[in-house]
Design a protein. Structure first.
Length: 92
């Protein structure tokens, strides 16, 4: 695998969240607060994440698992958002 090409592709075409996840996984760079806020702002009051990640949609197990995966990649598995997501999953 050509990491340099992958990095260039993500830096050119990736979303801010994708770039932050990539940088954290490869270089250990912590995410900027705005990236974390943009992700956690989507979280519903029940702790889950909404269908299609659209605020106001009902929480789904799948989207919550995806968000939890992203939080883990960002090094935020011990965060309140992750704890709430886990609680949602166990409640379902």
């Amino acid at each position: 695998m050509d990491i340099a090409r992958a990095a260039a592709f993500i830096e050119e075409k990736g979303s801010d969240l994708e770039k932050a996840r990539f940088r954290r996984l490869l270089y250990g760079t912590p995410p900027e607060p705005g990236i974390v806020l943009a992700l956690t702002a989507r979280q519903n009051a029940d702790g889950g994440f909404p269908y299609d990640m659209v605020p106001g949609h009902l929480s789904t197990i799948n989207e919550t698992l995806v968000a939890l995966w992203w939080l883990e990649e960002l090094g935020l598995l011990a965060s309140p958002a992750a704890a709430q997501a886990i609680a949602y999953l166990f409640a379902e």
